[in-house]
Ligand binder design. Sequence first.
Ligand code: GLN
Length: 285
Amino acid sequence: MKNETYEHALRRGAQILKQANIPEPRFEAELFLSHALNTNRLQLLVNQNTKLTLEQKQRYDQCLFKRTHHQPYAQIVGHKEFMGLDFVVTPDVLIPRPDTENIVENALQILKKMPQQKLRVLDLCCGSGDIGIAIAYYEKRAVVTGSDLSFKALKIAKENARKHQIDIKFVQSDLFQELSDQYNMIVTNPPYIPTEEIDDLSQDVKDFEPQMALDGGKTGLDFYRSIFSEARNFLMPGGTIICECGWNQIHDITFIANTNYFSVQKVIRDLSGLDRGLVCKSLSH
Ligand code: GLN
């Protein structure tokens, strides 16, 4: 069989992805071919009549195969961009989301205004380490600890920290259980999907991302309850918690925060106006 050209491979790939109901099939085909060829999309277009080697075709076809089974793009290529940094991604970690960048940006704004030489920050439920690493990368005074219950996730988080030459202390811990320090700020994107709603998530998410990174218990609020009930012991006086949450959870979390001596300083909204996070301050002890 004659080897196919880049353009032919792209058309074939887009068709396969389209049949599997993948949104933006042509775009993803281009991304997968770039990945298989270790190049970029522009080069594909410039060299559209170049032919694929057999090995390149196999690599490309393998990507297409995985994607038709709805494995997320980031898992197939093994990385994802977040806050301008490239993160290693495996099925052991939640894929970093643009929504979470909004949380990090708010955290950075608040940290920048703090006068201390060293800013102790805890990234609770750190997963891939995206939040803590981005904070340490953009705020050099931050001394970051990352913690997660998943040993496998921590392995990836460590790899990501090394990749960006960020010095972070990682602790395997069920929330605060193994922690003892006090922090200026806790940032967290805990699991917050109500257990019964996990089934309604897209196949990409529910079949491939770690359940333990998603499942927030019956109401989705289990982690917020545990975190807020203990957080004051791990925060310096007047310390801040910033958490991501689901679009319809703000009222419940505000109640949880208030009943645990935190005041809500700000509701973090996304571009479509949905409430997706909270900045809370610990009231004086
Ligand atoms: N901190 C990681 C993120 O926001 C992982 C969060 C989680 O596993 N729930 O992407």
